[in-house]
Design a protein around this ligand. Structure first.
Ligand SMILES: [Zn+2]
Ligand SMILES: [Zn+2]
Length: 401
């Protein structure tokens, strides 16, 4: 509560702060630096090699459009707070044409998968699927790009694309897509693939909104940082190799968990697709429903597919590991966490024989607990709960688990 009050106070102060123009060439828009909108320091930044050959245009979808400093700062803060502790893009623009610094010109963003290392991402705050962005916003976007060229951060012969030309997504919305297709430098396609994509915090991360998740029926908080990470496979749906099918897989798991199983939401905290993207399930701080009796002390990550006889593709394994390191760096997973397969905490074949053999070689793999009855001796589970299980005999093999 105190925290909320403090945030409101900080926002109120920000209204009176004068925008600082950081550039020598004065741009034709109000520019708010990170400190102007009270950004948190960013974590794990990577230098972007400039000048970049691409500009990628986004909309936010959520948060919705904002037309003053207070609302736009709040939008920036909410986007920053969302998981990765930093903006995905270089800059965002509000409805009145004010520009807000995200990662800026020289830091690599996490906004468009394969285009991250060769582009600056610019987001127009709002949902521009049907509605057209205001003229001021569009003019500022163009002026910002021009400024980037003048300052040497963007190649003079740059190509401009919408997010949906790089990855399977609705972003930046149909209305905005139509508009930018008439802009100078618009390119029909993106084709500059970079092969040094994935580093620690750098993998495509697909939010719930982006895969069109249903809202949860109810949520409970997860006490973080968690001491355990549990690896699952989906078995069904089978492997997905592009974002269209992976998003569909996330939706089908969510439907199955909510409608057939009667759970509040998709059970897993995250899904990881064969396309190398991490998909937000319940997320970092919401209690999952993936490992009965173990949910309270763990995050559940599901590698979409049936990994009984074959291994997930390299990019899927890589992203699963990168997601775990991101969780550690962001403070959601204990640094001395233990990694286990679902079968170690419940009678199940999950995560499949092949994947289970694979994770035994991963960092922090723990052979204990080896089977569900070991849960009685897992010290991270409160003594009172374990005593209750012992008294009621719930972990006895004769009782269905
Ligand atoms: Zn986008
Ligand atoms: Zn499982």
């Amino acid at each position: 509560m105190l925290f909320k009050v403090l945030i409101v106070f900080v926002n109120a102060c920000a209204v009176f702060a004068l925008p600082r123009l950081q550039y020598n060439t004065e741009p034709p828009f109000k520019f708010y630096s990170r400190s102007d909108w009270q950004a948190l320091p960013s974590i794990g930044t990577t230098l972007l090699q400039t000048p970049v050959p691409y500009i990628v245009i986004h909309h936010t979808y959520i948060p919705s459009a904002c037309d003053n400093h207070e609302k736009c700062s709040a939008a920036m803060q909410s986007m920053q707070n969302y998981h990765m502790r930093d903006l995905k893009v270089g800059f965002c623009i509000g409805s009145s044409g004010d520009v807000y610094e995200g990662r800026g010109w020289e830091t690599k963003g996490i906004h468009a998968g394969p285009a991250n290392s060769v582009s600056v991402g610019i987001c127009l705050i709002g949902d521009w699927r049907v509605q057209q962005p205001p003229q001021e916003m569009l003019e500022s976007a163009k002026a910002l790009i021009q400024l980037g060229v003048t300052k040497g951060y963007i190649k003079p012969d740059y190509k401009l694309v919408g997010h949906n030309q790089v990855m399977a997504t609705e972003c930046p919305g149909k209305a905005l897509s139509n508009i930018i297709s008439n802009w100078e430098h618009f390119s029909e396609s993106f084709n500059e693939l970079s092969d040094n994509e994935v580093i620690t915090l750098d993998f495509p991360f697909v939010r719930r909104e982006e895969w069109h998740a249903r809202p949860p029926k109810k949520t409970l908080p997860l006490l973080v940082p968690v001491p355990y990470v549990v690896i699952h496979h989906s078995y069904s749906p089978r492997a997905c190799m592009d974002s269209y099918r992976c998003e569909e897989a996330m939706r089908s798991m969510q439907d199955f968990h909510m409608d057939t199983r009667g759970w509040w939401d998709i059970g897993y905290n995250f899904g990881v697709g064969g396309d190398g993207s991490a998909y937000e399930g319940r997320g970092w701080t919401t209690l999952g429903a993936h490992s009965l009796r173990f949910n309270n002390v763990s995050l559940g990550i599901c590698l979409i597919g049936d990994w009984s006889n074959e291994l997930p593709p390299p990019q899927q394994l890589k992203t699963a590991k990168a997601l775990i390191s991101a969780g550690v760096q962001l403070g959601y997973i204990k640094s001395n966490y233990k990694l286990v397969g679902h079968r170690q905490v419940r009678d199940t074949e999950c995560p499949g024989d092949a994947l289970f053999e694979e994770i035994k070689s991963w960092q922090n793999y723990s052979p204990f607990p080896a089977k569900v009855t070991d849960l009685l001796d897992v010290e991270e589970i409160p003594e009172s709960i374990r005593k209750d299980w012992k008294d009621r005999g719930v972990l006895n093999a004769s009782v269905p688990l």
